[in-house]
Ligand binder design. Structure first.
Ligand code: PXL
Length: 286
């Protein structure tokens, strides 16, 4: 028997509850071995703190990959998120080539913006470069801002109409191999959720929850880490989408009583519910 293994390529931000500090605990609770490749070390995330320190780890990635390669280990998934530099896109493409086997699921979360804006750590060329990385992915998980940045479309805030969302999904479908998961989808003032497109069949599904007001940092990383966990456990896209929406909402609700937590969500307090939401961790071994 072998425990399933996920290579997680994200930054590590000491403060802020995002990237690896979210992916590691969520994948672990899902019974998966999470093997991190840090793209950069930051004091805190770049979204709202007054400053941040930034140590770029671009030069460390391929030596880590070569060392892992020598161990001849199987990776059931490769999950990438926030990258530390534009050059890291080419390095990630090489990382995927090196670590991927026939059955490896490649999930690219093209983390680069929110609320219509590119994060301040990225150059204007970054979205075009991120498109290249998406071509290597089975699954991509942009939010509406990231989708518009990659497609060169102007961003407008929600609500949207269904035809518009479906056309964005179809355009994103040409950027990746199998599945597009689009977050931040809303058709009215009451509900917010995500949509998924199966690139091969053209089937589109939606999953909504009651909209919770306010801006919640790190929820994209919580959502995507649950989605990757569910897909790696062998759940189908509809189940995985529902699990990711449900756990993200629970995490936000569990933050209401913690006013000091403006920079993230208290997902740790609901990790004990994750096993149930994932339908048990059967599938974490092969
Ligand atoms: O949650 C996305 C994210 C990840 N990593 C860093 C960030 C952000 C969002 O601001 O700044 C460093």
């Amino acid at each position: 028997m072998r425990q399933k293994r996920v290579a997680a390529v994200h930054d590590i931000s000491g403060l802020g509850k995002c990237s690896l500090t979210v992916a590691l605990p969520i994948l672990s609770v899902a019974g998966l071995e999470c093997c991190p490749i840090p793209t950069a070390v930051l004091s805190n995330h770049t979204g709202g703190f007054k400053d941040f320190t930034f140590k770029d780890l671009t030069e460390d990635i391929l030596p880590i990959v070569s060392r892992w390669k020598e161990e001849k280990l199987i990776f059931d998934a490769i999950y990438s998120g926030y990258l530390g530099s534009t050059r890291q896109v080419d390095i990630l493409i090489e990382t995927i080539k090196q670590l991927k086997s026939e059955k490896t699921l490649v999930v690219v979360d093209p983390v680069m913006g929110d609320n219509g804006c590119l994060y301040k750590s990225f150059s204007p060329e970054f979205p075009g470069k991120m498109r290249e990385l998406c071509q290597c992915a089975d699954v991509i998980t942009p939010n509406m801002t990231e989708a518009c940045l990659m497609l060169g479309e102007s961003y407008s805030p929600p609500p949207y109409n269904k035809d518009y969302i479906n056309s964005i999904l179809m355009k994103l479908g040409s950027l990746c191999k199998k599945t597009v998961v689009l977050t931040g989808v809303s058709f009215d003032k009451k509900a917010l959720g995500a949509a998924a497109l199966d690139v091969e069949t053209g089937a589109i599904s939606y999953c909504f929850n009651e909209k919770i007001e306010g801006m919640h940092h790190g929820t994209g990383d919580v959502f995507c880490s649950v989605l990757v966990s569910a897909l790696t456990l062998g759940r189908d896209i509809d189940f995985s989408l529902k699990a990711a929406v449900e756990f993200t909402c629970l995490s936000i609700e569990n933050t209401f009583d913690f006013p000091e937590l403006w920079y993230g969500v208290n997902f740790e307090g609901v990790l004990n519910r994750l096993d149930d939401i994932l339908g048990g961790i059967h599938g974490s071994t092969v």
